[in-house]
Design a protein. Structure first.
Length: 284
């Protein structure tokens, strides 16, 4: 009988010890799970960009942001409109492909609510060869292709005026359209096209006037290939700074400001200066 009682006691002790051990393990497991849950969660920025130079620059920014716990997801577009509407809808968090005048005109025309989170760079507009390689060869009736959107058309017209090809009415400035041309001594025909289409008609027109990013995509350098281009100190160059566009209210979100900070870092400025040879200029 004593042996049976002793065996029963030992069994009870072992079972209790086992249960107590499991409780500790469960508690430890619970504690570990809690600490993992409390770990800093990775943030994600979904951003729209033109292929060149915007997406290329953003690829250089990825490792900088990763150190801050931010993952950058880049979607490349070949037009200006869709990136803006996807940011407005909340599908994407930001757009790196436009300047302030375009953003303002887009908001006014489309009823969107997009804001500037920070200026990053500007791209000098240039006049590039089509079938002719010098402005000395301009002839009566020559065709020049220019962008047709409101702000970029004005910029193209101002550049043509600066080079003596046309004259705009006083005060036209950054809102100029072809209707503001007061003098066109060579009877030039200005072919208005969607910006992405302009470089594709070079073989069909005498000259083209290109945005910096589309010139780059066409394999053209503003410093080496353009016939004429905007001065870096011109009003147009300073006005048309490419920005990070976001939905109103998101300008000061921590991850957006980290993105702007990374894009304006010395590391990225060096990359831009070395890669683009003056076609893209960091904005101070």
């Amino acid at each position: 009988m004593k042996k049976k009682v002793l065996a029963l006691v030992v069994t009870v002790v072992l079972v209790f010890a086992s249960l107590t051990g499991c409780g500790k393990d469960d508690a430890n497991a619970s504690s570990n799970t809690g600490s993992n849950t409390g770990a800093k969660e990775e943030k994600v920025i979904k951003i729209a960009a033109s292929a060149t130079p915007h997406a290329e620059v953003l690829e250089q920014v990825k490792p900088i942001l990763e150190k801050q716990g931010i993952k950058l997801e880049i979607t490349v577009f070949d037009d200006y409109v869709l990136p803006m509407t996807t940011v407005e809808s909340g599908e994407l968090d930001a757009n790196y492909a436009v300047h302030v005048p375009y953003l303002e005109s887009f908001n006014a025309e489309q009823g969107t609510h997009l804001a500037n989170a920070g200026g990053i760079h500007y791209e000098p507009f240039g006049i590039y060869p089509g079938t002719k390689s010098s402005l000395d060869d301009v002839a009566d009736g020559d065709v020049i292709a220019i962008p047709n959107d409101t702000t970029n058309e004005a910029r193209a017209l101002l550049l043509l005026q600066d080079n003596g090809l046309i004259t705009l009415k006083d005060g036209a400035g950054l809102t100029a359209t072809i209707n503001d041309i007061t003098s066109n001594p060579k009877n030039l025909k200005l072919q208005e096209l969607e910006a992405a289409q302009v470089p594709r008609v070079r073989s069909e027109v005498a000259y083209v006037v290109l945005n910096g990013n589309y010139a780059l995509e066409a394999g053209l350098s503003v410093g080496k290939d353009s016939i004429a281009y905007e001065s870096s100190t011109s009003t147009a160059a300073k006005t048309y700074v490419n920005i990070i566009a976001v939905k109103e209210g998101n300008e000061n979100k921590e991850e957006i400001q980290e993105l702007v900070k990374a894009l304006k870092s010395d590391e990225i400025k060096k990359f831009i200066n070395e890669k683009y040879d003056g076609a893209v200029v960091p904005f101070e």
